[in-house]
Design a protein around this ligand. Structure first.
Ligand SMILES: Cc1cc2nc3c(=O)[nH]c(=O)nc-3n(C[C@H](O)[C@H](O)[C@H](O)COP(=O)(O)OP(=O)(O)OC[C@H]3O[C@@H](n4cnc5c(N)ncnc54)[C@H](O)[C@@H]3O)c2cc1C
Length: 287
């Protein structure tokens, strides 16, 4: 199997969470991901946890790509975090604006992720930078074409690859990639997949990011609302079929939103073994 998968974690808050994530990561490491990425709370709220998680991953000989969000942060703060990442041997960063912690107004020295990307790129030509893309459009920007223009500006500021927001209908991804290529976005666009394992959690995510759940899947899930095992099986089956089609059509890799759990992602990636196609991602630093 080629090393074309990446797995996203969030930094755990408790000793028990840290221990659980350690076990999850060791299981997922057997699938030889390209890297593990670790999210970053807006305003630096998980700064220490993100760094500690990343250092542990690197310490065990695996690659890690920390996220870095700029909203509600100062330039001085961000400069410090980037320096820490680089001193730890980090080569990839996922650069984001970030979601505001609830109740906070927009603050900080950056309004958009493109400004963070430019800020990093002006100081470093070697880091490989990823950013977020939205197949169904970002929830704050009513017109998808405007969102795409904003993504183009972000890529032009120095992104090397894009990871998409989760989606449950591949048609949105393929259409997004086609439209992105048309406006001159030429970097790899890696699909982000979240296996459904829990209906309430799915409903929360969908409310937050606006992803469409195909009606047929909604009806199937509804039938098994009181049967958590069946929901997991359905979620794994749906994500596996999604990934098989994506790989068959040559996506550059697949990024899994694991929510710090391994069973669903392990089942899917195991089922996909031998089916990986297309060039590896992310590309080496190109600038
Ligand atoms: C792969 C991935 C990883 C993520 N990891 C994290 C994480 O670790 N921590 C976290 O807090 N959140 C994370 N998020 C969530 C993300 O922070 C939110 O979706 C956030 O609302 C937007 O972040 P962005 O980087 O896409 O922002 P941006 O690219 O800045 O876009 C935000 C909005 O502003 C619009 N916009 C951009 N530029 C302009 C402009 N010049 N003028 C007008 N409008 C503009 C865009 O169209 C979009 O609607 C992640 C999302 C994805 C897809």
């Amino acid at each position: 199997m080629k090393r074309d998968f990446s797995f996203e974690f969030f930094p755990p808050k408790t000793a028990e969470g840290i221990e659980k994530l350690r076990a999850t990561r060791r299981q997922l490491a057997q699938l030889e991901p390209t890297f593990f990425s670790v999210t970053y709370g807006a305003g630096g709220s998980t700064r220490d946890g993100t760094l500690a998680t990343v250092l542990e991953i690197i310490g065990e000989g695996q690659s890690a790509a920390p996220h870095l969000s700029c909203v509600a942060s100062t330039k001085a703060n961000l400069r410090e975090v980037i320096a820490q990442y680089k001193a730890s041997g980090i080569k990839h960063i996922v650069a984001l604006r970030g979601d505001l912690p609830s109740g906070l107004a927009v603050s900080g020295e950056f309004r958009y992720a493109s400004e963070l990307v430019r800020f990093i790129r002006e100081r470093d030509h070697h880091l490989c930078l990823g950013g977020a893309g939205y197949p169904e459009g970002h929830i704050e920007t009513p017109l998808r074409e405007d969102d795409l223009k904003n993504l183009k500006a972000k890529v032009d500021a120095g992104l090397d690859f894009v990871i998409t927001q989760l989606f449950f209908d591949n048609a949105f991804y393929f259409d997004f990639v086609e439209r992105a290529r048309r406006v001159g976005i030429n970097v790899p666009i890696v699909p982000g997949i979240m296996p459904i394992t829990n209906i309430e959690q799915l409903e929360r995510f969908v409310r937050l990011c606006g992803a469409t759940v195909p009606m047929r899947l909604v009806l199937q899930l509804e039938r098994y609302r009181d049967d958590p095992d069946a929901v997991v099986q359905l979620g794994v089956a749906h994500a596996t079929v999604q990934c098989m089609e994506l790989l068959a059509r040559g996506v550059p890799g697949i990024h899994f939103y694991t929510l710090n759990k391994s069973p669903a992602t392990r089942l899917i990636v195991s089922a996909l073994k031998g089916r990986v196609a297309g060039p590896p991602f992310p590309p080496g630093p190109s600038r």
